[in-house]
Design a protein around this ligand. Structure first.
Ligand code: NAP
Length: 432
């Protein structure tokens, strides 16, 4: 018995997967129990120069024919189409699929997982979240007998690189973004990263596996880091905190007491004591809280050809072992219907910076609005602006936990006060 593997795409990740399949075929056969045969590599241009010494005869533009003869299809083309059709075709044939395509998965997860179940095949995508870090398999398998209560992830290396550089050098967002583009950490069009869309796709996947359901992008609240200024980062540092873009998924209840899951991506203030605060540069990490296991953290490289290929190959070997022994995979039997709760139902803390008129009664007026909305203040710090001519002050308020809806309406009312010149920033806070 030989298992036929079709590879779709030979770019950053695909070329590394092809290299491992060809160079380490003997060792892989020993680990799996049967050999894997790379039957072909589908690309757009068969004549393009390729990294490594890959046999020319493997390349084809006929992805459909390649898919039809395969036991396992590895999709590393990216994009929504033709990747989506190819995956559905493979699953429809009963072939299992490995993909790293977070954008496609987050857009069509319910449909794709159903196609896998209907085809009696597996769909694995460890590489789609946090690159090399083994996080989806631990959630799906190792924690399958536990109750995950919350997942917090730094799952986008570009934004972590930018926020870390702003924290270390005190630079402005635009300057650091330009540097990240020069170093190859950010794309020429950085929107998917800095607007939070890439992290939101990963949040949908993490939430789906952690809470045994199928969420897609529509269930994820998303706010990027473009509004974060050097002042915000410096203010955080003064308070012993750091700003990270977090993907957060947590089990919670709405105001009526109904259980559900809230999934969100936004810049977040964390104490420097929190394990995620120590994640520097373009690294990724995912922090998991489970009822019995307690706190767990997974850390490593979130992107790159070889690191991501490591995650892809883990899925390929897992599927191949199942096929060689007839044991089947570890896919969830049936996703559970779970209510996705909107951001307004989440419970969080706010850090609010205000420019106010420096006169008697201002603090009492602001504190009164907090009290009316049932939001309690943890700390309030007043500083006189350096360029002050005697009439302006900056207030930095950190709240206790409250419903997002109450916090947001508090800020909206404060903005209307005559004594408030500007609400210069509002950043949510996680942890103690
Ligand atoms: P890439 O470098 O852009 O490579 C894409 C490959 O797919 C190329 O070989 C391209 O062929 C081929 N391709 C694209 N459209 C095709 C089509 N219509 N028909 C046939 N072949 C087609 O992409 P990548 O960086 O390797 O990423 C692949 C996937 O992994 C994406 O879903 C990405 O989100 C995911 N991922 C990447 C990373 C990373 O660090 N790069 C990390 C995690 C996940 P040509 O070579 O002929 O153009």
């Amino acid at each position: 018995m030989t298992l036929k593997v079709a590879l779709l795409g030979c770019g950053n990740v695909g070329s590394q997967v092809a290299r491992i399949l060809l160079d380490e075929s003997e060792e892989l056969a020993a680990r799996i129990g049967v050999p894997l045969e790379l039957t072909g590599i589908a690309v757009r241009n068969v004549d393009a120069p390729r990294e490594g010494d890959l046999p020319r005869e493997l390349f084809t533009t006929d992805a459909e024919a390649l898919v039809d003869g395969a036991d396992v299809v590895v999709e590393l083309m990216g994009g929504l189409e033709p990747a989506g059709s190819m995956i559905l075709r493979a699953l429809g044939n009963g072939a299992s699929v490995v993909t790293g395509n977070k954008a496609l998965l987050a857009a069509r997860l319910p449909e794709l997982t159903k196609a896998a179940r209907d085809g009696g095949a597996e769909l694995l995508y460890e590489a789609a979240v946090a690159g090399a870090i083994p996080i989806l398999r631990p959630i799906r398998e190792s924690l399958a007998g536990d109750h995950i209560t919350k997942v917090l992830g730094i799952v986008n290396g570009t934004t972590n690189f930018i926020l870390d550089a702003m924290d270390t050098h005190g630079s402005q967002f635009d300057a650091v973004l330009a540097e990240a583009q020069q170093l190859g950490y950010a794309e020429a069009d950085p929107t998917a990263d800095v607007a939070g869309h890439d992290a939101a796709s990963k949040a949908a996947l993490l939430a789906s596996l952690a809470f045994h359901t199928t969420f897609d992008l529509e269930n994820v609240y998303c706010e990027g880091i473009t509004g974060i200024s050097a002042d915000d980062v410096a203010g955080a540092a003064e308070a012993g905190m750091v700003i990270k873009l977090l993907a957060i998924a947590e089990r919670t209840t709405d105001t009526a007491g109904n259980e559900g899951v809230n999934v969100r991506v936004h810049p977040t203030l964390l104490s420097r004591e929190h394990p995620l605060a120590a994640v520097r540069g373009a690294f990724n990490a995912v922090f998991v809280e489970a009822e019995n296991a307690g706190e767990l953290m997974f850390y490593g490289q979130g992107a790159g050809g070889a690191p991501t290929a490591s995650a892809v190959m883990g899925d390929v070997v897992s599927i191949a072992r199942g096929l060689s022994t007839g044991a089947g995979g570890g896919s969830e039997a049936q996703p559970r219907p779970t209510r996705a709760l909107g951001i307004e139902e989440s419970t969080t803390r706010y850090s609010i910076s205000l420019e106010v008129t420096d006169e008697t009664g201002v603090l009492a007026e602001i504190a009164g609005i907090f009290a009316r909305h049932g939001v309690s203040i943890e700390t309030m710090r007043q500083t006189i602006s350096a360029d002050d001519n005697g009439g302006q002050a900056r207030l930095r308020i950190i709240t206790h936990e409250g419903r997002e809806a109450a916090l947001a309406s508090t800020v909206a009312e404060i903005e209307q006060l005559a004594v408030v010149e500007a609400v210069s920033s509002v950043v949510r806070v996680e942890g103690k």
